[in-house]
Design a protein around this ligand. Sequence first.
Ligand code: ATR
Length: 277
Amino acid sequence: MKHACVIGWPIEHSRSPAIHGYWLKRYGVEGSYTKRAVPPKDIEKFLGSLASEGLAGCNVTIPHKETAFRFAEVREESAFAVGAANTLWLDADGRLCAANTDTYGYMAYLMVKAPDWRLRAAPVSILGAGGAARAIVYGFLEAGVREIRLFNRSTERANALASAFGPRVKVHPWDERSRGSTEASVLINTTSVGLKGAGTLDMDFTDFHPDCIVSDIVYVPLETGLIREARRHGLRTVDGLGMLLHQAVPGFEKWFGIRPEVTVELYNLIAADIEAT
Ligand code: ATR
């Protein structure tokens, strides 16, 4: 019997138990996946006690991702790139290992929804410069994209991200996010704008290349204002829910020994839950 969980503070709204619970049932795995509220003062104690708690590992969410990265003994390249970990597991020697699966989750879903995204050798535009932006910038650089245009409200934060990744990442003023993206192959929103309908990115898609793919990592609501506006202009879109589902795959495999599939049934299950909130 294997056990895993998701930790955060707060944690009530996490959808990870529903995702892993679906897979446990689908693959007939004798195991459990629960959620645990761990306050910041207890995080190191918790991470040091995974084995004694009988846990094979855990997912980590806000505000513990950076601590999890620092605390782990073995860290995958994906975690180094982002400076934060969202997936932890104990290896055969009992060492705490860390990965960041957001990069994988984003790129895997993009390949499902728009496998031809790199047909045109064009820049990729990214809105935002937080942790999610770091994971996605890393994904596109690894995929060999020659130029990433970074647009962020605060230039300082954009510069910090760009300098961590080198000259292929170029910072542009926030006000030029539409004008500077008309040739983009993919435009991704990694900011929290549009979450639960709050705020608008005010993108003008009029002059966008017709093959541009518009993607939002916000998944509440499933159809964000950005996605709706892009569709209205006939552009292909990639929603945020798929990234959430795909980023869960490597953790499940580490803890329970089966690489799970992101099925339409799983997508619909979580989508229904989002729509009901
Ligand atoms: P995460 O780790 O999930 O990416 P984060 O680190 O809090 O979250 O980053 C949030 C991102 O959303 C930042 O890029 C932030 O811009 P600033 O760096 O200028 O703060 C962006 N963001 C949040 N609210 C915004 C708004 N109203 N307009 C534009 N950008 C916003």
